[in-house]
Ligand binder design. Structure first.
Ligand SMILES: *Cc1c(COP(=O)(O)O)cnc(C)c1O
Length: 451
């Protein structure tokens, strides 16, 4: 804990100098800011010494809890060697080792690892690779993309262009390249008005119509597998992913999977694509890549994609892309330590009972008056709050019900961040059963108090 006057100074400086992401600062400056000083396991501690369960895994990336000795030590060991050196030209040991490891755990066709430093850039790389691949293959009209409604792939202009969340993406529309949006398989609010028990995945027809009509112009489809995160934790029906993959193959369109959120155990498998036994042409990972320690991301590609970029230098087939901190040794060392933990602690094997425990624990939420839909995929869960359960009428977004619930939760020792009226439950994979009980009890009480 820090001295009181210093704490007050920090609170003042936070409002004076910091512009927080995805935050209406006019509201923010009216509140006392929450300033985190330290953390341990699934808990965060603020400058007053209050403890909170990290219910959003520090923005969906923490896997093994905070201050995991194995990862801390790996970073310290690497610090004694070198903190940063560029991959533009020279290589470095952790970057090589981690690339090898990633290729080993990914679907075996994905053999090449291209590093960057966040999810947006990993996807930006994927889009550029897909586009340039067809240029090299001589299909120069393939310049457009397909994405899903409510999809989220990052905040750079390119990735916003394939984003389907109006409140974030609409204002920038004039800046984007051409993207076709297929209906999201959002069963609770089915775009086709079907019931998920007997819909036969009719939403795939919408995708097929786009591909059938425009595949000569489409370079790739990009989507989040199994669950669309920022779009509202929209969990997909079984078969959608493999169906979309098959359609892209049928129409000669590359298939990019954005596993930035779903990668590294979140869904119960190492990668979400394993649930439906499919292999994308390009796969992006970031959030959990090193247990949520440092900025790092990777775009994995097949030999086929990689080979299209080979040629004499003068042919200009080089992939001209790279960031200053690409393949940062500290981040890669943390990544290796995180993947070692997966093996040593058999994390994937131990997740299954935890996922089931969460499923059982979520059951009672369905009875709450305003819990319209309760969804789960692995250790990702969401509760969609609605004004009227029988009509599914949403709360007007101005009512900020999600925020109200999160304020209640914070007072009870749980840190959450909603997506509008959708409560997101995303604990670190390392959360223990008794901590999960506490987590769910707080969420339940907070909903009862707030809505
Ligand atoms: C968070 C996220 C991104 C963007 O990652 P950043 O590191 O925030 O740029 C991209 N895709 C998905 C699915 C995400 O959840």
């Amino acid at each position: 804990m820090i001295h009181k006057t210093y704490k007050e100074q920090l609170q003042t400086w936070d409002k004076q100098y910091l512009w927080h992401p995805f935050t209406q600062m006019q509201d923010y400056v009216k509140e006392i800011p929450l300033i985190i000083e330290e953390g341990s396991g699934v808990f965060l501690k603020d400058v007053d010494g209050n403890e909170y369960i990290d219910g959003i895994s520090s923005m969906w990336c923490n896997l093994h809890g905070h201050r995991r000795k194995e990862i801390d030590d790996a970073i310290k060991r690497q610090l004694d060697k070198i903190a940063h050196t560029t991959l533009l030209g020279p290589s470095n040991i952790p970057a090589i080792e981690l690339a090898r490891k990633l290729a080993e755990i990914a679907p075996k066709e994905l053999t090449k690892v291209f590093y960057s430093d966040n999810g947006s850039t990993a996807n930006e790389v994927a889009l550029k690779m897909a586009f340039q691949y067809w240029q090299h293959r001589g299909l120069k009209d393939k310049t457009q993309f397909v994405a899903l409604q409510y999809g989220y792939h990052g905040d750079t202009i390119g990735t916003m262009g394939v984003g389907g969340i109006d409140i974030y993406h609409k204002v920038f529309r004039p800046l984007y390249f051409q993207t076709h949006f297929a209906p999201s398989p959002y069963c609770y609010r089915c775009p086709l008005g079907k019931q998920s028990q007997n819909c036969s995945l009719a939403c795939l027809e919408g995708l097929e119509n786009i591909l059938k009509g425009s595949s000569d112009h489409i370079a790739a489809m990009i989507m989040e597998p199994l669950v669309q995160g920022a779009g509202g934790i929209i969990t997909h029906p079984k078969g959608y992913l493999s169906g979309a993959r098959a359609l892209c193959k049928k129409y000669n369109v590359l298939f990019i999977l954005d596993e930035v959120l779903t990668g590294f155990g979140r869904t119960g498998e190492m990668f979400a694509c394993f649930h439906e036994d499919i292999v994308p042409d390009i796969m992006t990972v970031s959030k959990g890549i090193n247990g949520g320690y440092m900025p790092l991301a990777a775009t994995l590609a097949t030999e086929e994609i990689y080979h299209a970029f080979l040629g004499e230098y003068s042919q200009l087939k080089t992939f001209f892309h790279g960031h200053t901190y690409t393949g940062n040794p500290l981040g890669c060392a943390a990544g290796l330590a995180s993947l070692e933990l997966f093996e040593q602690e058999q994390i994937l094997e131990n997740l299954a009972p935890k996922i089931q425990y969460l499923r059982d624990g979520l059951r009672r939420f369905g009875a709450l008056d305003h819990a319209g839909d309760v969804r789960q995929c692995g250790l990702i869960a969401a509760i969609e709050l609605v004004k009227d359960k029988s009509t599914k009428e949403p709360y007007p977004w101005e009512e900020r019900v999600g925020i109200k619930v999160c304020i209640e939760a914070r007072q009870r020792g749980l840190l959450l961040r909603p997506l509008g009226h959708i409560l997101v439950l995303m604990p670190p994979l390392s959360i223990k059963m008794n901590e999960l009980d506490r987590f769910l009890n707080i969420v339940y009480e907070s909903i009862q108090h707030a809505v």
